[in-house]
Design a protein around this ligand. Structure first.
Ligand code: HCB
Length: 213
């Protein structure tokens, strides 16, 4: 990992909010692409925070501070990421975090990247019920819409399976293209529940979205 990426990751890991903001500004000023700052720096820090939480080395208040540090950096980076080319819409996306789940950092990042790549994104937010998602699909004024669903917990991930069942029951499967992601989501899970695709990060999500749509 290069020095600046390591410094960004360290700033998130040590809950250094001002430091994360300063390092982000420094990296941007040096010409580092916003997406690299996130994927090679900030997200790597969050990954380690998650591991340390699991092993009991870090506690919830510390994770919250790390998330705050990452979000503060994202506020600076989002306008950079959102610079699209103004071309025609690549399609409509409905973006949401599964019911019972409030982890929204990754979902917001994926939504921003899709927007920057020509998709029209409607963001529903966190803790969204499957009924709400299906209603939004029905309301959408398009032949097909891309669902961009995130789940960060093994519990909330199960809701994605129920969503696929509801989509089929409500007769909107042909209209709803389903891309689901989040740390516990794997290709095996996507195959099991009969969704259309997943992605490990926001850049890959854009490629998968284009393929699905
Ligand atoms: Co949270 N938390 N947390 N948490 N949290 C996790 C997710 C654990 C894995 C940590 C652990 O134990 N190792 C764990 C879940 C365990 C499990 O179910 N297996 C966990 C837990 C248990 C909890 C609480 C229950 C803790 C408690 O209260 N005791 C609680 C749950 C609250 C709730 O949701 N009801 C909780 C709370 C929190 C916060 C509030 C402190 C904070 C969230 C702040 C926020 O999002 N606004 C938080 C955080 C930050 C994490 C970790 C550390 C990082 C998540 C993150 O932001 N990653 C996480 C550890 C981990 O994930 N390994 C931990 C960075 C982003 C950029 O990555 O994976 O979200 P991402 O998104 C990627 C990728 O997945 C993909 O692209 C994104 C961008 O690259 N992607 C998609 C995402 N969505 C996609 C959709 C698509 O269609 C395609 C691709």
């Amino acid at each position: 990992m290069s020095d600046i990426f390591k410094e960004l990751a360290d700033a998130v890991m040590t809950q250094n909010i001002n430091g994360t903001v300063e390092k982000t500004k420094e990296a941007l000023a040096n010409g580092t692409p916003a997406l690299d700052i996130i994927q090679k720096g900030l997200s790597e820090g969050m990954k380690i925070v998650g591991e340390k939480f699991e092993t009991g080395e870090l506690f919830l208040p510390q994770i919250m501070m790390s998330a705050k540090a990452m979000n503060s950096a994202m506020e600076i980076l989002q306008p950079e990421l959102a610079k699209g080319d103004g071309s025609e819409s690549a399609g409509i996306c409905i973006s949401f975090v599964q019911e019972g789940d409030i982890h929204d950092i990754g979902n917001r990042l994926v939504s921003t990247m899709l927007g920057a790549n020509g998709f029209t994104v409607k963001t529903l937010g966190v803790d969204i019920s499957n009924e709400t998602v299906v209603d939004e699909v029905k309301k959408a004024d398009a032949d097909k819409v891309l669902l961009v669903g995130s789940a960060l917990m093994t519990t909330s991930m199960l809701g994605q399976k129920d969503l696929m069942i509801l989509i089929n029951e409500e007769g909107v499967r042909a209209k709803a293209k389903c891309m689901f992601g989040g740390a516990p989501v794997s290709q095996a899970w996507i195959d099991e529940i009969g969704a259309d695709g997943t992605a490990e990060n926001a850049a890959e999500a854009v490629n998968v979205a284009k393929k699905i749509m």
